[in-house]
Write a protein that binds this ligand. Sequence first.
Ligand SMILES: [Zn+2]
Ligand SMILES: [Zn+2]
Length: 888
Amino acid sequence: MAARYAAHEVEERLMKRWLDRSAFRAAAGDPRPAYTIAIPPPNVTGSLHMGHALNDTIQDILIRYQHLRGFNTLWVVGTDHAGIATQNKVEGQLATEGLSKEDIGREAFEKRVWEWRREYGSTIIHQLKRLGCACDYESERFTMDEAYQQAVVRVFVSLYEKGDIYRDVYLVNWCVRCGSAISDLEVEHEDRAAKLYYVMYPIAGSNETLTVATTRPETILGDTAVAVNPKDPRYGRHVGGTAVVPFVGREIPIIADEHVDIGFGTGALKITPGHDPDDWEIGLRHGLPSVSVIGLDGRMNAEAGEFEGLTADEARTAVISRLEQEGLLVKAEDYNHAVSTCYRCGTTIAPLLSLQWFMDMKRLVQPAIAAVEDGRVRFVPGRWGEVYLDWMRGIRPWCISRQLWWGHRIPAYSCEACEHLMVAAAPPTACEKCGGPVRHEEDVLDTWFSSALWPFATLGWPEETERLHTFYPTTVLSTARDIIYLWVARMIMMGLEFRGDVPFKDVIIHPTVLAADGRRMSKSLGTGVDPLELIADYGADATRFGLAYMSSVQDVRFSAERIEMGRNFANKIWNASRLVLQGAEPNAEPRVELATPADRWIFSRLTSVTAEVAGLYESYEFDDVARVLYRFVWNEVCDWYLEVAKTRLYSEEQNERLQVSGNLLVLLEQVMAVLHPLMPFVTEEIYGYLPQVASGQRPPSLFDARYPDVQVAWTDPAAERAMEAFTGVVGGLRSAREELGLARDMVGEVRVLEEEAGAASAIAGLRRAFRQLSGCELVEVISGRAAPTGRFASVEAPGVKALLDLEGLVDVERERERLVSKARKAHGEAAKAQAKLGNQGFLAKAPDAVVAEERTRLATAEAVLEEVRRQYEERVGGGLPLNEGKGR
Ligand SMILES: [Zn+2]
Ligand SMILES: [Zn+2]
């Protein structure tokens, strides 16, 4: 074993070995119970970011833990074709060649995308391997692969036939830049400074006008009503009348609708159903026509009259100047409001009317609500279940068509002769009505439509494969909160509809990793931390440990110290294991023999840690897994058990060496198994160095080993208590020796008063270790609270009091001086603090925090003084000679 742990070399070698022997391959039809996770498929254009790193660590911990538990585990892996993102990448690549996608045509463009994927699409999959993810890479899926496409067509046709999918003219969020509709969930909102324009509309048949306020005067051209609130007394007499749209001269009704906000602007609203979602709703309620004045290219169309051909921004300027000329603009005031923007490219969204495909969610949503209400799907933490239910109860139709070239093309065909629409899995050759030629729908489906099928389409559906039957429903989904609606909800609906069962049982919503200063991690803000750099700097185990350690149910701030802590932990584990493996007797068999109090203690602790950590894995409390294991391995196994064991490991007695070696080998093997899900590489590497056993049949890889059984027989509270006394006394004696300035070779003599039966048994039973670790010889153990005599330094620990004999060891005069000087200093501190606290002026003026600080200073000084007084009495004799002055 190398003296230093070389994380990178080990991690690369072990991942290769696991992959070479198909360790993560899951077999269908295996008699063991299945445990399945389908990875949230990263975009094929993606690179591992901090959110992935945390989420993939969580999933890998679960897969590895359940594999150790004996489950037939499958972690489904693959990538999402990510319509817009991928199309943008390839368009960018074409642009460098001076080409556009239109130049080369749809077919050639699709070919280019596939080429792009072959070249760059596996980046993130390689990164998953670097993190140590135990995915079934041999069954990697892609949401555009042949079989997946068939699943998508099957679902579309089925939902169309059931009437859930339809085509309609509808107001959609339109991104001019992307040239596509995007769903409500893909719209982002950004606060922007703008102007609110107050515009006069003449009232037909009178000299009166109505003033409305708008941020988008260019849409005046598409107005089809003016609306006021029925409770607004200012406008009651106008309701039922007619207003005239400026320039266009169109006469439009003045209507009353209770959704009009009396407090906004003048309380009168222009209604443009063709360009505003709220107006669209009002239009539906009042049967208003929709006039579209902005086209899909973002320019004003023929309906805009003289403004035709201008962009919407140009039209705004032109309309405002015309309003001014005609004296119809009352005023313009500064106004901040939320502008809708495209999540992908940031362009302002123009709500536009267009012919789109929709999915009506009303029928599908009910079973998906029930599944969460009755607990068949459980969100962790539970509050996300409420978030899900709230959204589901108010769900709206989903616009599923996208005007892109890359994606699942909608299996719809229209007749070029009679416009008849056909939806079919197999493309029709001619119109079923008139025999005319048919045209394939140009639009593709929203990427989330295909990813909604991920849990079953990746397992072979629509074929009834053995893999599907073995691994569906999956067990756990772990994902980010921002795709609960976009993805989680839709998977639940689709799973229930097409498999008659929920797609997963538990949904873990992992926390968001924020930058160290609490800001969002983002590349553009420069606040991102690249997990691949962390892996390069510290190793994958360290990165996983750090991420798990900082994760909790709340959002977490990234802390590089946690990753460093992980690296130090991996090194500590390596060094301790090396000590065990190199120090163990060559012929030792891993066998537990509870010969000493330390053995009884550590195996009792091992048993409770094994059980506790199992519970924490099961309840997804990975931060506590990291904390509990760190403390156990570092503070108990390394700091104490190993130190005690060393004294036996280097004993003259071979039996003793064999006995402790056997214990150490068992302890090491079990600790490696418990730690493996969290830190798979260092544990697997150490496991490989465990000596071959003649008796058992240990699997060649720790990945295939078993999580240790909880050995109830090892539970021994008395041993734990006794060892607490041992570590407490040894630790106390070390401090006392340091304080007294004892040289290493000055062996002290210690008497232990056992105040609680059995409490000194570890101290008495581990004399050699006691001497080595404390530098003191145990002279005797006295039962009960015998009154001590002579000069001594005392140390207290649970159930015991140890007395270090100072006679002949410490110069009494020097100790007297040391204690008196220490007491004076403490007394001085106390007096200063007291003076301040006795000063009414200070108390009145000083901030609370400063006063509190003084109180703490006083309390600390008094505690020191008290301790010194006790020590003086024990070590020198008599009362501490200190002129304490007056005041107390
Ligand atoms: Zn866009
Ligand atoms: Zn036809």
